[in-house]
Design a protein around this ligand. Structure first.
Ligand SMILES: Cc1cc2nc3c(=O)[nH]c(=O)nc-3n(C[C@H](O)[C@H](O)[C@H](O)COP(=O)(O)OP(=O)(O)OC[C@H]3O[C@@H](n4cnc5c(N)ncnc54)[C@H](O)[C@@H]3O)c2cc1C
Length: 304
């Protein structure tokens, strides 16, 4: 180890400083655990990109970064060691070692709170319309399109789930998918009255002035334009911990299965928030996970 390498020993290290990790840090500190939290980018994670945070009790339609600032303040006030560096080298043995070129953290327990990869879409113009009709979260944004016609694009379970959710709120959903309409993945959508399935299709572009007005679809019959008020693209969703592949802790998409204590199959390693295999990725479920994981770490420390 180089002379300038800082070494920090702690009871628990939390990797990721979004709402899940910050909540875990608050509860760990309250349990009197010596806690280190590591964030490679901006404290607060995705809270910083939510301009109108909805569905979080007591905090309606405010800028998510406000909530991030308050959470960070709480963590700081509780004396948690906060490291604002990337740490992608993780060794899990009897103790857990996290390191980068300048810092080594040695912990008894590890809580993985790294979220999911920033969502993106390869559809032309999609990124330009994020927040103006392109959304990756039906739970967050469906209400903005009540009474409207929207398009959903994808070939996976998340796309189907989001389309089903939207069908209860918006007037009509056009579900565009490269799959066949008889494929078991999308078959359930055939039974919903206000969902039209456009199979063997690919959305190639989004058009509009200030807001989404239409999508361009390529099917076996050629190119068509569909007038819609929104597009929910679900081409890819990936956990962000590819560097942990070696431990076989993640599924094919990079997400982690945990039990009801937020424990992974590896002793002393927990996972929380969006990185976890779960039915709903929201701030409220992320904070829930953080509180439970902290309790699990506390209990494992007091087993003797
Ligand atoms: C556009 C958009 C709008 C949304 N709107 C809402 C809403 O209105 N209401 C709601 O409840 N939810 C909303 N969500 C969902 C919500 O943002 C997430 O469910 C929540 O942020 C998950 O928290 P998390 O802590 O698990 O992950 P994140 O918020 O993603 O935080 C993870 C953190 O880990 C850090 N990290 C990753 N890898 C490493 C590493 N190797 N080392 C150190 N740090 C690392 C990342 O930099 C990041 O800061 C929205 C999401 C998006 C994308």
């Amino acid at each position: 180890m180089g002379d300038n390498m800082a070494e920090i020993k702690c009871d628990v290290a939390i990797l990721g400083g979004g709402p899940a990790g910050l909540t875990a840090a608050i509860y760990c500190a309250r349990y009197n655990l010596n806690t280190v939290i590591i964030e490679k980018d901006q404290w607060g994670g995705k809270l910083n990109i939510i301009h109108d945070l909805v569905n979080y009790p007591g905090f309606n339609a405010h800028d998510g970064s406000l909530l991030a600032t308050t959470m960070v303040q709480q963590v700081n006030d509780l004396g948690v060691t906060m490291i604002n560096e990337s740490m992608d080298d993780v060794e899990i043995n009897e103790t857990i070692i996290l390191r980068n070129g300048s810092t080594t953290v040695i912990a008894d327990d590890l809580i993985l709170a790294c979220g999911s990869k920033p969502v993106r879409s390869s559809i032309e113009n999609a990124s330009k319309f994020i927040g103006h009709g392109v959304s990756f979260c039906a739970t967050c944004d469906a209400m903005f399109f009540k009474g409207k016609h929207v398009a959903v694009y994808g070939d996976n379970a998340l796309a189907v789930k989001e389309a089903t959710h939207l069908s209860h709120i918006v007037e009509h959903v056009s579900f565009v998918t490269p799959l066949d309409h008889n494929d078991p993945m999308v078959d359930g959508l055939n039974h919903l009255d206000n969902v039209t399935l456009i199979d063997h299709g690919k959305i190639i572009a989004v058009h509009g002035m200030d807001h989404v007005e239409s999508v361009e679809i390529k099917t076996t019959n050629g190119l068509t334009t569909l007038n819609v008020s929104a597009l929910f693209p679900y081409e890819q969703a990936e956990g962000s911990l590819q560097f942990l592949k070696v431990y076989g802790i993640q599924n094919a998409n990079g997400f982690i299965t945990v039990d009801d204590k937020m424990a992974t199959y590896i002793p002393h390693v927990y996972a929380i928030g969006d990185i976890v295999v779960k039915p709903l990725r929201q701030v409220v479920t992320a904070t829930h996970d953080g509180a439970i994981a902290a309790l699990s770490v506390f209990e494992s420390h007091h087993k003797g």
